[in-house]
Design a protein around this ligand. Structure first.
Ligand code: ADP
Ligand code: MG
Length: 238
């Protein structure tokens, strides 16, 4: 489970329409990448999908249920941000387990899930450390681990690698790809990096000024961009 329907979603902030009618279907288990220039509405769209922001019109349906009508704890969505958003005073283990603890998950179950996630993300040596004692890449792995332990059906990543240097970006990208293969969860991933989009995506969605320019597989967009804009972002120049 983890299929998604975005139906004519529009979002305005005051007089400014940021999303101008987004329609998209995401299949269960798919890895979908949103690309587009800064300010085109990628983060806003992710926030609307997560139900963190109401759309002005249209709706987001996950496994048949309208997101805005589902309580946050029941949505089965976990989001990973560019800035990690870890608690500085908590250890890695407690950062990963806090959400589960607050949701009333039994301690033994929290332990079990942290064990699995920390093994997948090679975080076992760091479970007792605090975020300040970790590198940027390790911190982002903790933020990803915190999402994994919640066992969501839908992961949302908002430019998760942007704050990392080039070598770490490659490693963390490979880890995310491996995670997708293992968990078989649906993932939506925002980036403005063409290599990330081409290597991670089953399906790429090219956004521009609040609209979708093209949706397609990486090679499809690369070989047959619908227009100059898509060509400039993904494709080989015509
Ligand atoms: P992206 O993630 O593609 O860079 P965003 O979704 O963050 O773009 O922003 C799209 C547009 O919406 C930008 O012009 C931004 O200034 C505007 N915007 C985003 N959030 C708000 C907000 N809470 N209030 C007003 N304007 C916003
Ligand atoms: Mg953004």
């Amino acid at each position: 489970m983890g299929s998604l329907n975005i139906e004519n979603v529009k979002k305005a902030f005051g007089p400014v329409e940021v999303l101008k009618g987004i329609n998209l279907e995401v299949n269960d288990g798919e890895f979908v990448v949103f690309v587009g220039p800064s300010g085109c509405g990628k983060s806003t769209l992710l926030r609307v999908i997560a139900g963190l922001e109401d759309s002005t019109s249209g709706r987001v349906v996950i496994d048949g249920a309208d997101v805005s009508a589902t309580p946050p704890a029941k949505r089965g969505i976990a989001m990973v941000f560019q800035t990690y958003a870890l608690y500085p005073h908590l250890t890695v283990k407690n950062n990963m387990g806090l959400g589960l603890k607050q949701a009333g998950t039994p301690a033994a179950e929290i332990e079990r899930r942290i064990g699995i996630a920390s093994s997948m993300l090679s975080l076992e040596p760091y479970l007792g450390r605090r975020p300040a004692e970790l590198s940027g890449g390790q911190r982002q792995r903790v933020a990803i681990g915190r999402a994994v332990v919640r066992e969501p059906k839908l992961f949302l990543f908002d430019e998760p690698l942007s704050n990392l240097d080039a070598a770490l970006r490659v490693n963390t990208r490979l880890e995310i790809a491996q995670l997708h293969r293992r968990l078989k969860a649906t993932m939506i991933y925002v980036t403005h990096d063409q290599v990330e989009a081409m290597t991670l995506a089953d399906k790429i969605v090219v956004l521009n000024a609040g609209r979708i320019e093209q949706i397609g597989g990486p090679m499809e967009l690369y070989n047959s961009p619908a227009n100059e804009f898509v060509a400039g972002f993904i494709g080989s120049p015509k």
